[in-house]
Design a binder for this molecule. Sequence first.
Ligand code: ATP
Ligand code: MG
Length: 141
Amino acid sequence: MAELQELMDQLNEAQREAVLENSHPLLVLAGAGSGKTRVITTKIAYAIEQLGIPPYKILAVTFTNKAANEMKQRVGEMLEGRSDVNDCNIRTFHSFGAWFLRRFGSEIGLMPTSPSMMMTTLLVCWLLVSQTIKSGNLIPS
Ligand SMILES: Nc1ncnc2c1ncn2[C@@H]1O[C@H](COP(=O)(O)OP(=O)(O)OP(=O)(O)O)[C@@H](O)[C@H]1O
Ligand SMILES: [Mg+2]
């Protein structure tokens, strides 16, 4: 497992600031290839190693499977040796919505394979994104 300090030392000033700010929701806007994924993966490592957050309480969502797999692999490398690293929930919005409804859909009368389940999955994804943005006041009103 890489030492947390080693991971922190690889960040530039703006990236370090984003990793260390944990008192409120954060919107990171940065260009292609500028180190966004490095911020998120290091933030996950920091949360687990420094803040003592159990991996199973971490949810990281992406738009594509490719991005989710990349993030999973990079977090796995950063925290290699921790037996619980795979407990981090790193997946696409859609996969999270589908999992959430499989787990809790019956509470609102949804059958696992029904067409309404698929539609509701999309709705849950949309709600997840929009409510997350709103709850963090990430969009100026
Ligand atoms: N502070 C840094 N110093 C040196 N290299 C860095 C730094 N931050 C990121 N990199 C490297 O730059 C490359 C792109 O980083 P990363 O994948 O985190 O960027 P990204 O913004 O997520 O890219 P994309 O837009 O393709 O998703 C990687 O090889 C990463 O290791
Ligand atoms: Mg990226």
